[in-house]
Design a protein around this ligand. Structure first.
Ligand code: C2E
Ligand code: MG
Ligand code: MG
Length: 746
């Protein structure tokens, strides 16, 4: 019995589970329906002339009225809903009576039972069932004709009351099933909700990350223990505790309050701010992760914040920045920090003087006294420099022994400071146990506006070189004729950079100039000469960009391009003895140069390496730090030949020639031009030719323009010539045509 009741209990809905707001909505609807039903009934009764003093229908209608009032005014859930059920019973009964027991009028009971299911409560439901059955029984007995539309029912009203009651009950059954299923679903949803609530509680309360939930008006709704212990808050916050009541405040009051910032965000946000503890004044950096939660209508309900104390990170970062900003050896500004600060200085509406300093003969001091002493010297220099320049001036070490000072003021001010620096170094510097007398060369330039940062430093650098050339230990102010050079240099650099990033065959075409056998005039070789084509289509000669390429290191990719193209053409021009390629000192000093050459030759095993000639100048041999001789030997070991270019323009002496591992000597144009008319030139050439022959070297005379010079060279037995007389440098296809014509000559 008990189990049977339990089973019933399990299968039947509990009822009464609607939330207040849901119940209120449904009850309002039911009450209005009841009132509407009543009004419709009155209208229908009046129309059919069924309303009259004291008849049953009128009584029923009159009894419905207090039900509507009770439903609308009584508090609580059960009683008002019971009045609705009673009211509806009355309305249905009145309607049945008005239609004199028409069977169709009984349908209203079924409609009402469906409607009452909205309450999801046994009370109105049960009351309606009982009241309906009672109505059918009692009214059937009192006035059967007004209650039932057929004879058998009129005869046995109680029996038919039962039948109607059961029918209504059955109609209600499906409502009850539906109601039970809904309850089950709700229960499951509630369980899920409880579980996620529990998870949230664990995740929120147990996590070591300080978290809080804020209302958009700044109230703190909930905090976790990490948050409370971080901000030293009590476990229970007073109601209405606001973010402004927190024991920290932002350091930068000019910024919008954090809460405003968070409220503005659409989804989630990360903001880092510096705060100060109100009690101790200690500052801390906080990274606030905010997530805004909106309700269905899009209104901001709450803001979920995670607060990370990133004070330590910030300190590290500051330290790191400080390190990056300063030169490790001297503690002066680093190059990047200087460049940055200079822009700020230039941005102010005032001219800025830049002094570029280089220690005279630092290399020999460094080599002579040792690197430790060199470092000490640089530190001492930095200290003296900082002590000499006025406060607020930027002082940086750009690397090596180069320093730079920048200060607000016209060149006049800069010059005064420059002279003060020169004077400061009149006293020797203490280095180790002894003293070192040093001097500096200073270049001065002034600039205005942040767009001239690089230009001004470059100008000061240029002026410094002029000071150095003039003997050092002096100040040189940048002049306008230097300016043109600087502008050109900057322009050349950017042009070259652009060319190197384009299609190299278009932007950096390689032209070829024939080298001929002197006796026959037949082409034996070619010199590869690079050109630069500007975006405007202008062709620039190497003098306009090779120096910039050398200075910036762009000579490396440029040289690689020239070598590759030269090798390609060598393979194409199988009738040509050789192609010579110019290699600059910087290129030769690059550790990658020889491997590149070896790789190129390895990819073309059919190519005879001696058909490739590398042209180097004396400067490559003299001024380089790497052992160029050794490098040249490796190149020779690859089978590649070496030519000494522009011989006669530098220090070149005849005896010197013996020590150079060259295969070819190229006599400079200055020797060759006017040779026929100048017996002195002829005798020098004769000596070079004689020596070269004895050293097993070949000779090319460059810059042959005049037939008379050619004839003189032929008389001197100079093996080859190069010059406009035989052909100017030309694009590869033109050179191909020239080569073919030359071959036909023989
Ligand atoms: P260079 O190696 O001495 O090249 C010879 C230069 O003399 C070429 O000038 C050529 O056009 C010019 N020339 C030849 N015959 C005559 C003549 O009869 N009369 C006159 N007045 N000039 C003549 P270009 O092409 O302007 O090259 C100038 C310099 O640029 C070259 O001097 C070379 O040192 C350098 N250069 C050219 N191409 C390259 C390259 O690919 N790499 C490197 N590193 N330097 C290059
Ligand atoms: Mg050359
Ligand atoms: Mg030359």
């Amino acid at each position: 019995m008990v189990t049977g009741r339990n089973a019933l209990h399990r299968w039947l809905p509990t009822g009464g589970g609607l939330r207040d707001e849901d119940w209120a909505g449904r009850h309002r609807l039911m009450t209005r329906l009841l009132a509407a039903g009543l009004a419709a009934l009155v209208a229908y009764g009046a129309l059919r002339d069924e309303l009259g003093g004291g008849n049953l229908t009128t009584w029923l209608i009159l009894l419905t009225l207090p039900c509507v009032v009770a439903a609308a005014t009584l508090r609580g859930h059960r009683l008002p809903s019971v009045f609705v059920a009673l009211g509806f019973t009355m309305v249905c009964a009145a309607f049945v009576a008005m239609t004199h027991g028409r069977t169709e009028a009984h349908f209203t009971f079924f409609i009402v039972v469906g409607a009452l299911a909205l309450y999801r409560d046994w009370a109105p439901f049960g009351v309606f069932l009982v009241a309906t059955t009672a109505h059918h029984g009692i009214f059937g007995i009192l006035d059967a004709e007004l209650t039932y539309g057929h004879h058998s029912a009129q005869k046995h009203p109680l029996f038919w009351a039962l039948i109607h009651g059961v029918a209504v009950l059955l109609a209600a059954t499906f409502q009850v099933v539906q109601w039970r299923l809904t309850e089950a679903e709700e229960q499951r949803a509630q369980e899920n909700l409880d579980e996620s609530q529990a998870q949230l509680t664990v995740a929120f309360d147990e996590t070591p990350v300080p978290m809080a939930m804020l209302a958009p008006d700044g109230r703190i709704l909930r905090t976790n223990s990490a948050y409370r212990s971080w901000l030293r808050l009590p476990d229970e916050l007073p109601a209405g505790f606001l973010t402004s009541d927190l024991p920290i405040e932002p350091v930068d009051l000019s910024k919008a309050p954090m809460l405003d910032e968070l409220v503005k965000q659409n989804g989630s946000s990360i903001t880092t701010r510096q705060y100060r503890r109100k009690d101790t004044g200690e500052t801390l950096w906080v990274e606030v992760h905010g997530t805004n939660v909106h309700d269905r209508s899009g209104r901001l309900r709450l803001i979920f914040v995670h607060c990370l104390d990133v004070t330590e990170n910030h300190r590290h970062q500051e330290e790191l920045q400080n390190q990056v900003r300063h030169d490790a050896l001297t503690g002066l500004l680093s190059r990047s920090a200087f460049e940055h600060d200079l822009l700020t200085l230039l941005a102010a509406d005032e001219p800025v003087s830049v002094l570029y300093l280089d220690v005279d003969r630092f290399k020999s001091i460094n080599d002579g006294a040792g690197h430790a002493a060199g470092d000490e010297l640089l530190r001492g220099l930095a200290t003296r420099l900082s002590a000499t320049v006025p406060a607020g001036a930027l002082v940086a070490r750009l690397g090596g022994d180069e320093f730079v000072v920048a200060l607000a003021g016209p060149p006049r001010t800069g010059a005064r400071v420059g002279h003060a620096i020169l004077a400061a170094f009149a006293e020797p510097l203490e280095v180790g146990d002894g003293h070192l007398q040093v001097s500096v060369s200073i270049g001065l330039a002034a600039g205005h506006g942040p767009e001239h940062g690089d230009e001004t430093v470059l100008a000061a650098d240029t002026a410094m070189y002029a000071a150095k050339r003039a003997g050092g230990n002096r100040l040189q102010t940048f002049s306008d004729d230097m300016r043109v050079k600087v502008r050109e240099k900057i322009a050349a650099e950017s042009r070259l950079r652009e060319a190197l990033s384009g299609d190299l065959t278009e932007t950096l075409p390689i032209w070829f100039q024939p080298i001929v056998a002197t006796d026959t005039g037949r082409i034996v070789g070619a010199e590869a000469l690079v050109r630069l084509r500007t975006p405007q289509g202008e062709l620039l000669s190497p003098f306009h960009f090779i120096p910039a390429a050398e200075e910036t290191g762009m000579i490396v990719p440029l040289g690689e391009h020239v070598l590759r193209r030269a090798v390609q053409h060598l393979i194409e021009w199988s009738d040509l003895d050789y192609v010579s390629v110019n290699v600059s000192p910087r290129q030769l000093a690059e550790p990658d140069f020889v491997p590149l050459l070896a790789h190129l030759l390895a990819t073309h095993p059919a190519l005879d390496p001696s058909r490739l000639v590398v042209e180097i100048t004396e400067t490559a041999l003299l001024g380089s730090s790497v052992d160029v001789r050794e490098r040249l030997e490796t190149i020779k070991n690859l089978g590649v030949r070496i030519a000494l270019d522009d011989f006669g323009t530098g220090y070149s002496s005849l005896t010197w020639l013996q020590s150079v591992p060259a295969d070819v000597v190229k006599l400079d144009r200055s020797f060759v031009a006017g040779l026929a008319a100048d017996p002195r030139k002829a005798s020098i050439i004769q000596a070079v030719l004689w020596l070269a022959r004895s050293l097993n070297m070949s000779v090319v005379a460059e810059g042959v323009e005049d037939p008379a010079d050619w004839h003189a060279l032929r008389d001197l037995d100079c093996p080859s010539c190069q010059g406009y007389l035989f052909g100017k440098p030309a694009p590869a296809d033109e050179f191909t045509a020239l080569l073919q014509r030359s071959l036909l000559k023989v």
